[in-house]
Design a protein around this ligand. Structure first.
Ligand code: AOS
Ligand code: ZN
Ligand code: ZN
Length: 391
């Protein structure tokens, strides 16, 4: 008989959970081989926000949408914010783009050319001005900077250049604004990247100050990396700021969170629960960073949100007292069994009930299909926009 923790506490934690959707996931995307366009895909930032608001309407836990500059550049960001708020969502993290310009062939903020470094840093500063207008708290930085060949540039000088650009950007942040520094082991550079791992990101964040924290994209590690260890370490150090959730079979696949390895997602979320870091008040931004190349986008994002909710519910069901007792007494199999009991619990009825209690349909994907929204956008939108990926 499994001893489940207090269900009321589990439900209240699930009610408070927040997941941020990425604007680019609603747009057309693909691989370097082919972008398959879909009908009804958004043509503007406003339409991406409308789709994000639709995900929130059916899930109740996705009240913010991350933007990407320049993909979502508009004339008036204050008006965009008002538009989003009218639809019931807020504008979340502002993502910068210092990778889609010929100037950045040899790097952006780490480029050997000081003029190109200036241009890249100015883009990061401009993103903070946009945050001032949108009310966004988070500036998310991902750099494609790196080297393809040994000797191509000086590894250490590039760290100095990176540190200088980060410092200038950090110093421009307002009191309520934060910087999230994402890392990636590979791609598009193949020999070395300038922020390859959590340790590099962590070290720069420590140097910068308390407003700088690490963003873990679950697809950015070597196969087999123990991501929950990174979560535990960064939480202990107070330096975990955000996730880019997605799943992968091989590289940075950007598939739906929880699709490839739901057990890994559960282990990650268990560390979040263990660290008392689930509540939005703790400050972690739980974002999705995905591309839906062949599947319908809005239902895929709804499904991803649900997958994160299911992994979270299982993590909340871990009997932490029993786990600690087994751990302290050296009961290896007993401790493992406590974790597995929670993982193997079917939490779908709990989540369905929670949705009904909140006045939502217990089955958000079915409700979306019944709503007519897909037919409406397919009729209204011709020639949807392509996300910057896979061109
Ligand atoms: C790239 O691989 C990273 O995952 C980025 O976080 C992201 O996909 C991109 O910056 C979107 O802005
Ligand atoms: Zn990412
Ligand atoms: Zn990525």
């Amino acid at each position: 008989m499994i001893d489940l923790p207090d269900l009321a506490a589990v439900k209240s934690a699930l009610r408070a959970q927040r997941i941020e959707t990425p604007s680019w996931a609603f747009a057309n995307s693909g691989t370097r081989f082919k972008v398959f366009t879909q009908a009804g895909v958004p043509r503007t930032a406003e339409e991406k926000i409308a789709d994000a608001a639709t995900v929130h309407r059916f899930t109740g836990v996705a009240p913010s949408v991350a933007l990407h500059i320049p993909w979502d550049r508009v004339e008036d960001f204050k008006a965009l914010r008002a538009y989003a708020e009218d639809l019931g969502v807020g504008i979340g993290a502002i993502n910068t783009n210092v990778f889609q310009d010929n100037d950045y062939k040899l790097g952006s903020v780490t480029n050997p050319d000081p003029g190109i470094r200036r241009k890249a840093t100015d883009h990061l500063l401009e993103a903070i001005s946009i945050m001032d207008a949108t009310g966004s708290r988070d500036l998310k930085l991902w750099f494609s900077d790196g080297l393809n060949y040994p000797g191509q540039d000086d590894l250490r000088d590039r760290q100095d250049r990176l540190a200088a650009a980060l410092r200038e950007t950090y110093d421009r942040l307002g009191d309520d604004q934060r910087m999230l520094l994402e890392y990636k082991l590979f791609e598009p550079a193949f020999y070395a990247t300038d922020v390859p791992d959590w340790g590099t990101s962590y070290a720069h964040c420590i140097e910068l100050g308390e407003k700088a924290t690490v963003c873990i994209d679950t697809g950015h590690h070597a196969p087999g990396t123990n991501i929950e260890f990174i979560v535990a370490f960064l939480l202990r150090a107070g330096k975990l700021g955000a996730f880019d959730f997605n799943s992968r079979f091989y590289a940075d696949d950007d598939l739906m969170a929880g699709a490839a390895d739901p057990f890994q997602l559960f282990r990650i979320l268990y560390e979040i629960v263990r660290g008392d870091a689930l509540d939005p008040a703790y400050g972690i931004n739980f974002m999705l960073d995905q591309c839906h190349n062949i599947e319908a986008k809005i239902p895929a994002i709804i499904r991803s949100v649900m997958n994160v909710q299911e992994a979270t519910a299982k993590a909340l069901l871990v009997d932490r007292d029993a786990l600690r007792a087994a751990q302290q007494s050296g009961d290896v199999l007993g401790a493992n069994a406590v974790l597995m009991d929670a993982y193997n619990t079917d939490v779908r009825p709990i989540l369905a009930q929670l949705r009904e209690d909140a006045g939502l349909d217990p089955d958000p994907v079915a409700a979306y299909h019944r709503s007519g929204y897909q037919q409406k956008i397919e009729a209204e939108r011709a020639d949807g926009q392509q996300a910057g990926w896979g061109a």
